[in-house]
Design a binder for this molecule. Structure first.
Ligand SMILES: [Zn+2]
Length: 122
């Protein structure tokens, strides 16, 4: 990996995320939606506690970015590169304000719980 930064970027008000939260057969989209539904399942307790529908969708957008970052960080080559300064960023683009929001993901903290399984560094 000869890059210094990896950016995973999602966007609020994502139609794909909305579709994934509704249990429905969407044909060709199903495999892609299944990944997002997995993220929903992982975080269903937090998400179900959010009463406002729009806020719930947008939180899933953030959590999906987070989980895709975790997928990147799980890669052993990425982990080695991170030891040497590679940074992984999770961002969300807000289409209405035009702002790019850095989720400031703390991978040390996120990976703490799953470290025994994924961390290849001693
Ligand atoms: Zn989208």
């Amino acid at each position: 990996l000869k890059v210094k930064h990896i950016v995973v970027c999602g966007h609020y008000n994502c139609g794909g995320i909305k579709s994934a939260m509704i249990p429905k057969d969407l044909g060709i989209m199903n495999p892609w939606l299944r990944n997002i539904r997995d993220v929903y399942r992982l975080h269903s307790e937090e998400l179900n506690a959010i009463e406002n529908e729009g806020m719930r969708y947008n939180r899933l957008v953030e959590l999906n970015v987070q989980e895709q970052c975790v997928n990147v960080v799980k890669n052993p080559f990425v982990q080695r590169a991170m030891e040497n300064g590679l940074e992984v960023h999770g961002w969300v683009f807000d289409l209405f304000t035009g702002k790019l929001i850095d989720l400031n993901l703390n991978f040390d903290k996120i990976l703490e719980n799953i470290k025994e399984i994924y961390d290849i560094n001693e």
